[in-house]
Design a protein around this ligand. Structure first.
Ligand SMILES: CC(C)(COP(=O)(O)O)[C@@H](O)C(=O)NCCC(=O)O
Ligand SMILES: [Mn+2]
Length: 900
């Protein structure tokens, strides 16, 4: 197939169409899916003890010698509890399974870049997940059953513990805080055989809050008039602050540093008061029910307002509007009514406001007492309830005249339990950095039987049947959070909150916290010019129109994705059931985010696209585009030699231009873009590639090619030195990588630049992965000496290469071509969280090339680097092209930014 570049195709045959429509399914059904090999596993399975090879460690004479379980590879978890008057909060940890042996490439890359684990503290917790679960204290048996079913009361990999029934847990100690740690000591001993090791409640609250505020990027937020806004906390400017923990009662703690605090005040009017009085006055059966009632309440029928006293007028002289509450429950004195004459909804709302205001006011007075500007509110009273947060915020704002700010914490209810968990010194959680935590939102986590709020469903089958039930029951799941901002009319003058009880919601009382994945091998990309100011996302999804558009795009793409996913797993009944559950789960996430965009933290397009991939993995679709990728790789590799020959016949200048044009043209192979997928019905891979090339016209929408050319080739014959090392963040499989990025890499190698191909750790759409790349390079290298020698020098051709042509004996040494994984499984990339391999490879790099719409436009379009950076992508979405670039679909971006 000669003349690949210049010869456009006229008559386009519908070859691809045949393969992608129904036939794809048949083809894929025939194919047995290859085992999904990947180094990052994020879906869990039930812990099981592997006792083979168990041996006593240390002195045999010791009374309780430690037993080492060398073959224990599954999750054995660590647990801590906060047992309060109303709720039990449980934090537990499960280790990442990492069953796949490190492959040769990874090992050799680690050696090459000098990465070892030697400089890391070797705690048992290196890589794993932190789960947050809550139970009602009154139903403590449910909690005990849960702990038992997950064997959370077993100590750990090095443990003195055996399966519950076989041997006793006599020496196992579980950290616990809260009053219940004393009250239920015997129960834990009797039921689980474990001893509760009591930790001071205040110590734990402070340790938990400090950890969250330092380690989690979007932990704290303000909530005013229905608007949630995340606050970036500067770790170095955190202290002092006031921590107000609203549990059954309320504690107010002045925090001056890690372990440095004083309980300065508190009040006995707290969550317990609301629930207790509410229960007596409304007959509600649970806190959540009571809270939900308040949604439909109108407190004006119960509270005495300023207007009631002043004949409907404001008392403006002292800044009180007519709707300000003058006296909570005051109206009931003068009315000749009995309890039954009042609506429970109104009672609940009056109570809620009375207590929230009171807490907000006392908190502010204490902040004033100690000159504290920041007040963080935590504890389970809040429950992510918008109305409660607005009321507290309003009180703080009003009394401080805007000087002090109320902030809330996403993990509000788990401060104590987290603190208790951290008190296990061996966990070393204090070392965890913000870039090592990745939060995920597994579907089905918060609901089991609608009662227990939180146990993540361990098993895939459980998860699927939960999804099936979820949709049936969807309309009964009621939201306590008003989504439309309540209007305010002065102090306490909120309009009646709006209830949107008929929309899907994963957990009516959920706090919107996910599972925290600790990945100690993640790093900040060291070549970012300013990692503190870096924002990966280009599009601001806080714009409602933008959010709605992208949610719709993802929703419309769903049926096709499900088809591909099901086919990739052989199209079996099981795969169909999983596909259905995935579709429901992802739709529910989208519905939830449409309703409350900040539900899962600050939301960007990259997060949405990643959520989709995570959701697929959750239902065990590990590589939905596997066969499409294979087919496109094969077709592209077949024409690569011709392309390379054509390139080699060109002048330096033409060649460089043709290479960049080739990368842009080949980026059209994107199975995540609706428009592109429609295009694929119009021709074969090569035909579309040629058509794409033919349509390329300079100037491109963003066209810094001349600047890049000058850096590469110099001006008027003066040749600049080549770059030392280039990191190429590659995108899609097939033509994109084979006919676009590989030839560019080859040219850099030819000029003496080391090349590191950076590819996804896990599959995402049709993106090529780091696992797949060595084979592709090996295949390409069969007909190309430059690639072959560089790949050999880079340790890529260990045993992947077969039939290599005999090369001449006296070859010059080549610069290496290497492959590293980027640490993520998404079409976009957040450069604050890359693999330690990429971070290490970046140390000697002086050129970064980001390729594709996900990595160079949706994310990193505005990122600045310490070294030269080239961003190459085709815009495959009309709206984005118009909004961001005032252009059109299929416009191209070639942005070159010299080192800043
Ligand atoms: C998911 C993608 C970012 C992948 O693009 P790529 O990085 O492969 O160039 C892109 O296909 C996309 O934004 N798709 C959604 C928009 C659409 O279908 O128009
Ligand atoms: Mn892609």
């Amino acid at each position: 197939m000669a003349d690949l570049i210049k010869n456009p195709v006229d008559g386009i045959k519908p070859e691809i169409e045949d393969r992608t429509s129904t036939k794809t399914e048949e083809r894929e059904t025939e194919m047995a899916p290859p085992a999904a090999g990947s180094s990052i596993h994020r879906s869990g399975s039930r812990p099981q003890l592997d006792l083979s090879g168990a041996a006593i460690q240390g002195n045999f004479e010791e009374r309780d010698p430690t037993i080492l379980l060398p073959n224990q590879s599954d999750d054995i978890s660590h647990l801590a509890l906060d047992i309060g008057g109303s709720l039990i909060k449980l934090v537990y940890f499960s280790r990442h399974e990492n069953k796949s042996a490190e492959d040769k490439r990874k090992r050799s890359m680690k050696q090459r870049f000098g990465i070892s684990n030697g400089n890391r503290r070797s705690y048992p917790i290196l890589g794993g997940r932190l789960h947050f679960v809550k139970f009602e204290t009154a139903k403590i048996n449910e909690c005990l059953d849960f702990i038992k079913s997950k064997q959370l009361h077993c100590g750990g990999m090095v443990a003195r513990c055996w399966p519950t029934d076989a041997l006793s847990n006599e020496n196992v100690v579980v950290k616990a805080t809260g009053g219940g740690a004393y009250k239920f000591t015997d129960l834990f001993k009797d039921r689980l055989g474990v001893s509760l090791d009591k930790e001071d409640e205040m110590d734990c609250l402070v340790a938990g809050a400090n950890f969250l505020l330092k380690a989690i990027r979007h932990e704290a937020f303000t909530h005013m008039e229905g608007q949630k806004e995340f606050v970036q906390i500067d770790q170095n400017d955190l202290f002092p602050y006031l921590l107000v923990n609203i549990g059954s009662g309320v504690s107010m703690i002045k925090v001056d540093g890690d372990g440095k605090f004083e309980r300065v005040s508190g009040t006995n009017v707290g969550g317990g008061t609301y629930w207790g009085l509410g229960k007596l006055l409304t007959q509600c059966k649970s806190f959540d029910e009571l809270l939900e009632l308040s949604q439909r309440g109108d407190n004006r029928t119960i509270d005495m307002l300023v207007g009631d006293i002043y004949g409907g007028m404001d008392y403006s002289k002292i800044g009180l509007s007519a709707s300000t509450i003058a006296s909570s429950f005051g109206k009931t004195i003068s009315e000749n009514k009995e309890l039954e004459d009042y609506r429970p909804e109104d009672i609940s709302l009056s109570l809620l406001r009375m207590i929230s205001y009171n807490i907000g006011q006392i908190a502010y007075l204490n902040a004033l007492r100690f000159g504290l500007k920041r007040i963080f509110f935590g504890g389970f009273f809040i429950r992510g309830h918008a109305y409660t947060m607005d009321t507290i915020s309003f009180a703080v704002q009003f009394w401080s005249k805007g000087d002090a700010k109320a902030m809330f914490l996403r993990h509000e209810g788990f401060l104590g339990a987290l603190g208790a968990f951290m008190s296990y010194e061996k966990h070393g959680l204090d070392d965890v950095m913000v870039h090592q935590l990745v939060e995920r939102f597994p579907m089905g986590a918060p609901y089991v039987g609608g009662k227990i709020h939180g146990p993540p469903l361990g098993d895939l089958n459980e998860k699927i049947s939960w999804m099936e039930k979820f949709v049936q029951k969807g309309t009964e799941i009621i939201a306590p959070v008003p989504m439309i901002p309540p209007g305010t009319t002065g102090l306490g003058g909120f309009e009646v909150p709006l209830s949107r009880g008929d929309t899907l919601r994963s957990d009516a009382s959920s706090l919107n916290v996910g599972v925290l994945h600790l990945v100690p091998t993640l790093d900040v990309f060291p070549l970012l010019a300013d990692s503190k100011m870096y924002e990966p996302n280009t599009i601001d999804l806080s714009d409602h129109g933008e959010l709605e558009y992208w949610l719709t795009v993802l929703s419309e793409h769903l049926p096709d994705l499900v088809d591909k996913a099901v086919a990739s797993e052989g199209g079996t009944d099981d795969a169909k059931r999983r596909g259905d559950a995935f579709s429901r789960a992802f739709s529910a996430h989208l519905a939830r985010l449409m309703e409350e965009p900040a539900a899962y933290g600050k939301l960007g397009l990259a997060n949405l696209l990643e959520l989709r991939e995570e959701c697929l993995r959750e239902f065990q679709f590990n590589d939905a585009y596997r066969s499409i990728k294979q087919r496109e790789n094969e077709a592209s590799l077949a024409v690569l030699p011709d392309l390379l020959m054509e390139l080699d016949s060109m002048s330096e200048e033409d060649k460089l231009f043709t290479l960049i044009e080739g990368v842009l043209a080949a980026n059209i192979f994107d199975w995540g873009s609706r428009a592109c997928v429609d295009l694929y019905h119009k021709g074969t891979i090569i035909e579309i590639y040629r058509m794409s090339r033919k349509k390329m016209q300079r100037p491109w929408r963003v066209d810094d090619f001349d600047m890049f050319k000058e850096r590469m080739l110099g001006l008027s014959g003066k040749k600049p030195p080549p770059h030392k090392r280039a990191l190429l963040f590659v995108d899609n499989s097939g033509a994109d990588v084979v006919l676009g990025m590989l030839p560019l890499a080859r040219e850099l190698l030819r000029r003496g630049t080391e090349v590191v191909l950076v590819a996804n750790s896990l599959p995402a759409l049709n993106d090529v992965t780091a696992m797949e790349l060595p084979d592709i390079v090996a295949e390409a290298a069969k007909n190309c000496d430059i690639l072959r020698r560089a790949a050999e020098a880079g340790g890529l051709l260990v045993d992947a290469m077969i039939n290599v042509q005999e090369s001449s004996k006296e070859e010059l040494p080549s610069v290496p071509l290497m492959v590293v994984e980027n640490g993520c499984g998404s079409p976009c990339i957040d450069l604050r969280q890359v693999s330690s391999e990429v971070a290490a490879a970046a140390k000697d790099a002086d050129l970064v090339i980001l390729e594709g719409m996900g990595r160079a436009i949706h994310t990193n379009f505005n990122a600045k680097f310490k070294c030269d950076a080239l961003k190459l992508a085709m815009v495959k979405n009309q709206r984005l092209a118009e909004k961001l670039l005032k252009g059109n679909i299929y416009d191209c971006v070639c942005r070159f930014e010299p080192a800043s």
